[in-house]
Ligand binder design. Structure first.
Ligand code: PEP
Length: 255
């Protein structure tokens, strides 16, 4: 049975897609079609260049904004990087941390993920902490080892108050952008495992209250079965978040 006190959460990770006018067209259509009442927490992570425009458009409404990445330093000589303060300034409430594309294409390490997580918490940005195994790790029966390492290295020593912030996204690397989603049962198994990890490291209340969302080729067609699983609290969505009608359909399925 799903714990109904966990509000559904749907996030759209736009990656390196959409200009400012495209962002504005999207958000106007999304806001016009949002279910009312809305129980779901809806979050969009546009590219940095569109944050300011999106931030203004969503003020006071039911959609929140996330950044796709951040640097851990407050400020400094870090060409091409962006700080938590700049993200807050643009209107971000959330920040995606440790997305598999950052880890695998840009060499982000568990230690850096932790530094980013700490910086976000310090700045009042809610983390979307991404974890997930590669196909090789799955086939090598290493899922639990990888997830344990990624979660533990990120959250070790955090207070319960900090741990309560944001969500954890289980995103098997082989399922991202491939059209090959994990089956609901396979995803559920890992979500339940993450919840047990949280219970061991923190406590049962935290584990029961923490939202753990799934990511990896989620579509309006497969979200219902994924969300029906007791430990899946929503989704982080790439491809299917780029079209307002698809993103709305996803929101409506979990609302
Ligand atoms: C993602 O980028 O986090 C993601 C899950 O992408 P997609 O939905 O396209 O697989």
């Amino acid at each position: 049975m799903k714990n109904k006190s966990r509000r559904p959460w749907i996030g759209g990770n736009w990656k390196m897609f959409k200009t400012i006018p495209e962002t504005l067209d999207f958000i106007r259509e999304l806001l016009a079609g949002m279910p009312n009442p809305i129980r779901t927490e809806v979050v969009i992570a546009p590219p940095f260049t569109a944050q300011h425009a999106l931030g203004r458009e969503i003020q006071g409404g039911p959609v929140q904004m996330a950044a796709q990445n951040v640097h851990w330093a407050d400020e400094g000589a870090f060409t091409g990087e962006i700080s938590t303060r700049m993200l807050r300034d643009a209107g971000c409430a959330y920040c995606i941390i440790g997305h598999s594309e950052r880890r695998h294409l840009f060499g982000e390490t568990d230690a850096q993920v932790r530094q980013k997580l700490l910086a976000c918490l310090k700045a009042g940005l809610k983390p979307v902490l991404c974890v997930g195994e590669t196909l090789e790790e799955r086939e090598g029966d290493k899922i639990q080892d990888v997830i344990t390492r990624q979660v533990q290295e990120a959250v070790q020593g955090l207070s319960l108050e900090d741990m309560a912030q944001g969500v954890i996204a289980y995103e098997p690397v082989w399922a991202i952008g491939t059209g090959r989603s994990a089956t609901p049962a396979a995803a559920q198994e890992v979500h339940a495992f993450i919840r047990r990890l949280l219970e061991d490291r923190f406590n049962k209340t935290l584990a029961m209250e923490k939202r753990i969302v799934y990511g990896g080729s989620v579509t309006p067609e497969n979200i219902r079965d994924l969300y029906a699983e007791p430990d899946i609290d929503g989704a982080l969505v790439g491809g299917a978040s780029l079209k307002p009608e698809k993103f709305l359909a996803l929101i409506k399925e979990v609302n």
